[in-house]
Design a protein around this ligand. Structure first.
Ligand code: ADP
Ligand code: ZN
Length: 216
């Protein structure tokens, strides 16, 4: 089963994607995570991606499409995958449709995670992450036990460079301009499943999971 996640930055796509990944035993592929891993490891791709990401801009399609096409061609994706953070533009969606089409395949479901802009801004500006273990916190809704310190490993928490208020606004604008049109694209294919992003993630995933059935 091949699933893509749609939704604004900070809507909670990542959380939903990892729940679905566990539930269906499919790999969770997050382009944001792949870029961040490359930045951490100082790769060429990481260096190129960082300048765009820090400014809240999209990484160019040339750097993104091949990366995803390669990744979903790997063995662990034979039974399917959960794509999180890709596609983000119509161009990327078409590249994905083409790459799968060549193999006689297609996306089965586009899960759209819905949250208001207001909520997204407060979520992302309060988000704090552990640079060591990747744990994620929120100043208001999920504070660490000791202020500014990771519960799991004791490391000092940081804010993602692209989570400051101005950059968040820019990311939201880009979402509305470039990514939101994908809802119509996948709606035309009749494969959208909606999920609220501002409620209990486990409960909401449990509600939509039965709708996601193997197609042939
Ligand atoms: P969020 O969903 O909170 O924006 P992600 O981790 O998905 O976070 O993405 C972080 C950043 O990585 C994006 O703002 C963008 O710069 C880059 N990125 C991730 N996926 C893509 C993509 N498919 N196309 C272009 N840029 C991407
Ligand atoms: Zn930690």
């Amino acid at each position: 089963m091949k699933i893509i996640m749609l939704g604004a930055p900070g809507a909670g796509k990542g959380t939903m994607a990892s729940r679905l990944s566990e539930r269906f035993g499919l790999p969770h592929i997050s382009t944001g995570d792949i870029f961040r891993e490359n930045i951490k490891n100082g790769t060429e791709l990481g260096k190129k991606a960082k300048s765009y990401m820090d400014q809240g801009l999209l990484v160019p399609d040339e750097l993104t499409c091949d990366l995803v096409t390669d990744r979903i061609g790997q063995d662990d994706c034979k039974k399917g995958f959960i794509l999180d953070g890709f596609p983000r533009t119509i161009n990327q969606a078409e590249a994905l449709t083409d790459a799968l089409g060549k193999k006689g395949q297609q996306i089965d479901y586009a899960v759209n995670v819905i949250v208001s802009d207001e909520k997204i801004v407060s979520r992302m500006s309060g988000r704090r992450v552990c640079p060591k273990c990747g744990a994620s916190y929120h100043l208001v809704t999920l504070p660490p036990k000791a202020e500014g310190i990771c519960d799991k490993c004791g490391t000092e928490l940081t804010q993602r460079a692209d989570d400051d208020a101005e950059t968040v606004k820019k990311r939201l604008n880009i979402y509305h301009e470039q990514t939101e049109p994908l809802i119509a694209y996948y709606n035309n294919l009749g494969i959208i499943v909606e999920i609220p992003g501002d409620k209990n993630a486990d409960e909401e995933v449990a509600k939509i999971a039965p709708l996601l059935v193997e197609k042939d």
